[in-house]
Design a protein around this ligand. Structure first.
Ligand code: CP
Ligand code: NVA
Length: 319
């Protein structure tokens, strides 16, 4: 039986089954095909979507706004100065107001407490567009990109290199535990997920600081920035912990496969075209040769953010 995601929120993906995740990926691939054929199914016609973002975003915000417009919905971006959670109004009150006005809420913020309060009190589907612990809509686009390349996720080995405790790594770990691929987190011990969390994932997640173990036969090498939004004060310590974990052509070659791809959630520090990278050239997580090279699929991945956001909204709101 096809799973029914109508009315469902997406907080961390922990409560989603493999069949439900497969449905989201199939729906995204189908939406991409339809868009390329010029079809406009307008499955969200007349709907209103709140895009509540307390942190900056290019891709995720644009993904939700474009996906909503493609399907005939209106999306409204609300920033921290518009929704002053816990400053001028309680989270619970704002949640109830948003739920009266909007049919769904995409939320980007800090801790999980605001997201969970929105889920509990708004009465409409809430989609996590990045919190400190999770980035599930990113993981969906990552899985779609991997599936496009390899046809299946089953038994793939994916090596995530960098801060293994961040939102992107944790969501990939959850995805691996659901979907039958192995996530190998290549990071120093200080930046690995805590042992009790790793225990939950069993063999689906391997934490190691040994590049040989992490990279052998890997189908993809995955990067994120070394310092996530909100933890800028950690920069110097992160550089010292991660300087030996930069993705280089040599690291890519260590998989021993000639079809390994390179993925990055973006934004990425790979050249000196940004103020940040010019100020902190040692904080670049990847060589330009890899980022711009033939193995890189980062812009397919970025496009897939939109198709997967569309799938999530269409399935939650029932076409
Ligand atoms: N990958 C990602 O979430 O990018 P944005 O921060 O630009 O949304
Ligand atoms: N880990 C990063 C992801 C950005 C898309 C952050 O939280 O800033």
């Amino acid at each position: 039986m096809t799973p029914d995601l109508k009315g469902r929120s997406l907080s961390s993906m922990r409560n989603h089954t493999r069949a439900e995740i497969e449905l989201m990926l199939d729906t995204a691939a189908d939406a991409r095909e339809r868009k390329r054929r010029g079809e406009r199914p307008l499955r969200l016609a007349g709907r209103n979507i709140a895009v509540v973002f307390l942190k900056p975003s290019s891709r995720t915000r644009a993904a939700f706004v474009v996906a909503a417009a493609d399907e005939g919905a209106h999306a409204e971006v609300l920033r921290a100065e518009d929704v002053r959670f816990g400053v001028k109004e309680s989270v619970k009150d704002i949640a109830r107001v948003l739920g009266r006005l909007y049919d769904g809420i995409a939320f980007r913020g800090f801790g999980e407490d605001v997201l969970e309060a929105l889920v509990e009190h708004s009465g409409v589907p809430v989609w996590n567009a990045l919190t400190e612990r999770y980035h599930p809509t990113q993981a969906l686009a990552d899985m779609l990109t991997l599936r496009d390349e390899f046809g299946t996720l089953e038994r793939l080995a994916i090596t995530y290199v960098g801060d293994g405790r961040n939102n992107v790594a944790r969501s990939l770990a959850i995805a691996a535990s659901k979907m039958g691929f192995q996530l190998r987190i290549l990071a120093p011990p200080e930046l690995q997920l805590p042992a009790e969390e790793l225990g939950e994932f069993g063999d689906a997640v391997l934490a190691t600081h040994d590049p040989e173990v992490a990279l052998h036969e890997s189908a993809a090498v995955y990067n994120d920035v070394w310092v996530s939004m909100g933890e800028e004060g950690e920069l110097e310590r992160r550089i010292s912990l991660l300087r030996d974990f930069k993705v280089t052509p040599e690291l890519m070659a260590a998989t021993g496969r000639d079809d390994t791809i390179y993925l990055h959630c973006l934004p990425a520090y790979h050249d000196l075209e940004t103020e940040f990278a010019r100020a902190h050239p040692d904080a670049r997580e990847v060589d330009d040769a890899v980022f711009e090279g033939p193995q890189s699929r980062v812009f397919d991945q970025a496009e897939n953010r939109m198709h997967t956001a569309k799938a999530v909204m269409v399935l939650s709101l029932g076409g």
